[in-house]
Write a protein that binds this ligand. Structure first.
Ligand code: AMP
Ligand code: ZN
Length: 463
């Protein structure tokens, strides 16, 4: 698979560091509010990369963090407030209750959108010792400094590569920030906090060598990604807005700590907008998964909708397009029910479709082209219905549209099948296992999966 690497500004082949195994870190949700479809589009990008790699036969280890401390309302302002604490105050709950509530909600929404679970969801609040240790390492290596208040800042001038990911190099930043009010304790405008001293009344705080405080947002992703994926891993994903400062600062931290490149490929997804507006938690102009359900739309259809646009492009959300996507997906499921069961062998024509689909996915996730192949396959008469069923069943590993849903629900064995099943049960009752096996083979030859249950032989289409 080839992906656009923000770091090199080129489309590059993923060559796993460990043979056959891709390790991927995804910046997860800040759990102070419900996720909206924009956040979920970005989580679906990581899911799509994973599904695409798995289609190629690679193993993927995916880590997605849960940000439950340290993400401030404005990372560049000294007066910013922790989003978690703000929400806790608003809702009259403890910060950890807020985290639990919204983490559970984002898991539900992700499942509804067919996002496969990551291998782990490490929480920032459960990795404070790792963040303190990393911060100490950066101090020891001359990349960070402690100020009187008990806060620790990263010294961006100590890291020559600062700006290589986002293009925000120090000369540009200095010019851009000249007139802005900055934290006077910082040596450079672009220095960012690794650890923040707890102000009066702050409830989420931990002991540290620099006094009571809490970690910066960026350090959590350095600490947790390297803890779970090692000091060199393959892919790191997030939305475009995270490129700077979050990921730029992560590069400075992680590479500053280990003295070599840590992440091979940085992948950033374009935002989702509604009527030209950016959908974001702070503006309130958001669409959530439950609204899809309330309108009678299948949340999985949102997957199809996102596939109509390349992942790096911004995308407009409209209800018309969403309804269109929903019609498409439901129609495909109906066709699948008509076509089942699956062919076991593919002809050259079917193989050709398969290759084109796989090529599109591997080509920097060119899903609009992949959908074109799907539509052409549905329409063609060069390929049998059973082959169509088999191909779409395989491709659904990437699409995640549950295309076999209706086929599963609708399907009934024919009279002939029922007769063979009954015959097989009689043979087995009579302990004539040779006959039983022969009947199993005949059912299997009809494209069926044969199961032995307490109630006797059961069959279903083999997909
Ligand atoms: P947050 O929960 O705010 O920390 O964001 C979680 C993820 O959603 C991050 O990767 C963001 O880059 C991404 N994100 C935020 N807003 C949007 C949007 N409107 N469209 C796509 N992704 C977004
Ligand atoms: Zn992150």
């Amino acid at each position: 698979m080839r992906l656009y690497n923000t770091l090199t500004r080129r489309v590059e082949e993923i060559v796993p560091i460990e043979d056959g195994h891709v390790r991927m870190y995804t910046c997860g949700p800040t759990v102070y509010r419900h996720a909206h479809l924009g956040n979920l589009r970005t989580f679906m990008l990581a899911d799509l990369i994973r599904r695409g790699l798995e289609l190629e036969g690679l193993r993927v280890t995916q880590i997605m963090n849960i940000t439950d401390v340290g993400h401030m309302t404005d990372e560049s302002s000294p007066d910013a407030v922790d989003k978690m604490l703000l929400a806790a105050e608003d809702e009259g709950l403890e910060p950890l209750q807020i985290a639990e509530k919204f983490a559970a909600a984002v898991f539900d929404d992700s499942a509804a959108l067919g996002i496969l679970p990551a291998d782990r969801y490490p929480k920032a609040t459960e990795h404070i010792p790792e963040m303190i240790e990393l911060t100490q390492r950066l101090i020891d290596r001359g990349h960070a400094y402690v100020v009187d208040s008990g806060s620790v800042y990263y010294d961006v001038t100590s890291f020559p590569g600062y700006g290589k990911l986002s293009g925000n190099t120090l000369d540009k930043l200095r010019a851009g920030h000249r007139d802005l009010e900055t934290d006077s304790r910082k040596r450079h405008e672009a220095d960012f906090s690794l650890w923040k001293a707890a102000g009066p009344g702050r409830i989420m705080k931990w002991d540290s060598p620099w006094g009571e405080g809490f970690p910066g947002w960026h350090i959590e992703c350095s600490a947790m990604s390297m803890k779970y994926l090692g000091e060199r891993f393959d892919v790191h994903t997030g939305g475009n807005d995270l490129m700077f400062p979050h990921h730029e600062d992560e590069v400075a931290q992680s590479e500053g700590a280990v003295d070599h490149q840590v992440v091979n490929l940085w992948v950033h997804g374009g935002h989702l907008r509604q009527s030209g507006q950016k959908i974001s938690k702070s503006t309130g102009n958001v669409v959530r998964v439950h609204e899809l359900v309330e309108r009678g739309l299948d949340p999985l259809s949102f997957r199809w909708l996102t596939f109509t646009t390349r992942y790096r492009s911004e995308m407009d959300f409209t209800w018309d397009a969403m309804e269109d996507a929903d019609r498409h997906v439901k129609q495909l499921r109906r066709r699948m029910a008509e076509w089942s069961p699956a062919a076991t062998e593919l002809t050259a024509a079917a193989d050709g479709f398969d290759r084109r689909f796989r090529d599109a996915v591997a080509d920097d996730l060119d899903m609009p082209s992949a959908l074109k192949v799907v539509n052409e396959l549905v329409a063609t008469d060069q390929v049998t219905d059973h082959e169509k069923f088999a191909l779409l069943g395989t491709w659904d590993g990437v699409l995640g549209l549950d295309l076999e849903r209706e086929a599963r629900e609708d399907w009934e064995p024919t009279e002939e099948m029922l007769e063979l099943m009954a015959e097989r049960d009689r043979a087995r009752d009579a302990k004539d296992f040779a006959a039983g096996d022969a009947l199993r083979d005949r059912l299997a030859d009809m494209g069926l999966e044969v199961m032995d249950t307490h109630a006797g032989t059961k069959v279903r289409p083999r997909h």
